[in-house]
Ligand binder design. Sequence first.
Ligand code: BJW
Ligand code: ZN
Length: 259
Amino acid sequence: MPDKGLGTARDLLKAGRRVLVLTGAGVSAESGVPTFRGSNGLWKTHRPEQLATPEAFRSDPRLVWEWYSWRRNIVNTCQPNLAHKALAQLTLLNGEARIATQNVDGLHLLALEEASQIADIDPPPKARPLELHGSLFRVQCNNCHVKSNHRGPIDTTSTRALPHCRECGTLLRPDIVWFGEALNAHTLEEAMTCAGAAEVCLVVGTSSAVYPAASLPLLTRRAGGVVIEVNPEATHLTETSHISVRGTAVHIVPEILSQ
Ligand code: BJW
Ligand code: ZN
């Protein structure tokens, strides 16, 4: 059974240099970004297989782009919260701490950019979050495999109006990892290496229902590290974590990372 100690979590995070932070939709919930599962989650009103699979995109790209455009518009109104900020500080100050996120909202990166600007330092490359499931603000060409940033509005009035590749004219897709698709091999490998080497794996705001992300804390545990979970509810990970702190990201994360 997991211990529920907030104080123990703080002590372990203070002592541990090698820290992997795995985050999910819950870390951005208090910024106003909807989660996927649960009573108010996106999957209550949208079926994943109609929107988050390559088959869905092939059969109705306009519907899929409408959904991503709607989510981009929501995220564009959101700001990093105190949990994103505390985690950005952690990776800025501790060169051996790393964030791996399942989120595609870019809020960890924004928090890092803001923290670096305030501190007037260039963030080290390793402070950049590993974005396991891609980004809402990047697009990808299935033909020439080029990825590019895309922040502007998406015209979803017709298939022809959707974004197309400048090089080859192919319809572009969101740079998101859909169900059944492989994660970027380098990103996943780096996350797995960090997980295996971590003294502490801090898991914030994820239901731990989606693989391979959900297996990262298990790698830490298997290698002798400690798993700390922060979540207002019990998850698939709760029983295997050493410490499970019940509470929201904004309430708990700054507290357990405070010196
Ligand atoms: C708060 C809070 C607050 C609320 N503070 N907390 C092994 C076993 C079984 C199945 C599989 C397996 N391996 C692979 C699979 C298949 C599949 C999978 O895992 N399926 C499961 C559902 C069973 N995985 C895949 O298909 C992956 N690909 C793959 O494995 O490829 C293999 C391959 C190899 C080689 C060649 C080809 C293939 C890809 C997974 C991609 C996931 N994509 C999605 C959607 C697209 C992204 C998008 O549109 O945004 O990513 S699914 C969706 O779930 C999204 C999320 O990133 C992901 C995780 O969700 P998350 O973040 O945990 O959110 P929620 O909503 O579930 O939970 C929120 C939590 O926050 C809750 O716990 C709340 O309590 C909490 N919370 N408020 C803190 N304020
Ligand atoms: Zn192309």
